[in-house]
Design a protein. Structure first.
Length: 231
């Protein structure tokens, strides 16, 4: 029992770190998105307002939001700057603490307490998956909306009318298809990875809860049916 309680305390601590890292990751991502949105980094580089001048290429990222000008001499100017490193540091802490806490839940907590704890984790994972899934569709418009509205140039950067819009159910993705064969995915690829990760975590926790519940029931039954040897 002491080992179980210690494991449970360690898991709770790691979940606390996970929650703090999740909040920090979200805040840094939002700030990076705002900074990148108002920086007009491509225009500033093109007009020589920043950087050594000359030809350059643009590198764009949505995880975290960032636009970088990379010059021929290797100079790289990032719109998000140090926020990129802060984001990835928070994301590493988020990943390590989450995996560590989940491992403790699955291996260190046994008996009657395992089933309800894992059930809560499964429910939390399912709720997070539903939120991410709904967000992916909400941000890309209704399936019945006109391709011109769904695939706006403001979002895609392509100043042509999309020929059609293709949607995939899971992971949620909306793809703008143009007449020349060009395609543009409106949902960032990392959201699809997140959906698969949440689905896997939810499935593991649900399976663990069922197994722990059956194990606890079997143990209780054996204790009840065991004959009294005290006489």
């Amino acid at each position: 029992m002491p080992n179980i309680r210690a494991s449970q305390r360690d898991a709770d601590r790691l979940w606390g770190v996970f929650g703090a890292a999740l909040g920090a990751t979200f805040v840094v991502w939002t700030v990076s998105w705002l900074v990148t949105g108002i920086s007009e980094q491509d225009e500033r580089c093109a007009q020589g307002m920043i950087g050594p001048g000359g030809s350059f290429r643009l590198e764009e990222s949505s995880f975290p939001p960032d636009v970088s000008c990379v010059y021929e001499d290797g100079t790289t100017l990032s719109s998000a700057g140090a926020l990129v490193w802060i984001f990835w540091a928070a994301f590493v802490v988020l990943t390590v603490s989450g995996l560590g806490a989940l491992a403790l839940e699955l291996t260190g907590i046994r008996g009657a307490k395992a089933a309800p704890r894992l059930s809560k984790l499964a429910n939390t994972g399912a709720a997070a998956l539903a939120a991410v899934y709904a967000l992916a569709f909400f941000t890309t418009g209704s399936p019945k909306s006109d391709p011109l509205q769904t695939c706006s140039a403001f979002t895609t950067g392509i100043y042509e009318r999309a020929q059609s819009v293709h949607r995939t159910p899971f992971p949620a993705q909306t793809t703008c298809v143009y007449a020349d064969g060009t395609t543009y995915d409106l949902v960032p690829g990392w959201m699809g990875t997140l959906e698969w990760t949440l689905l896997a975590a939810t499935s593991v926790c649900a399976a663990g809860a069922v197994r722990a519940g059956r194990h606890a029931d079997a143990g209780a039954t054996s204790r009840v049916t065991e004959p009294d040897q005290s006489r």
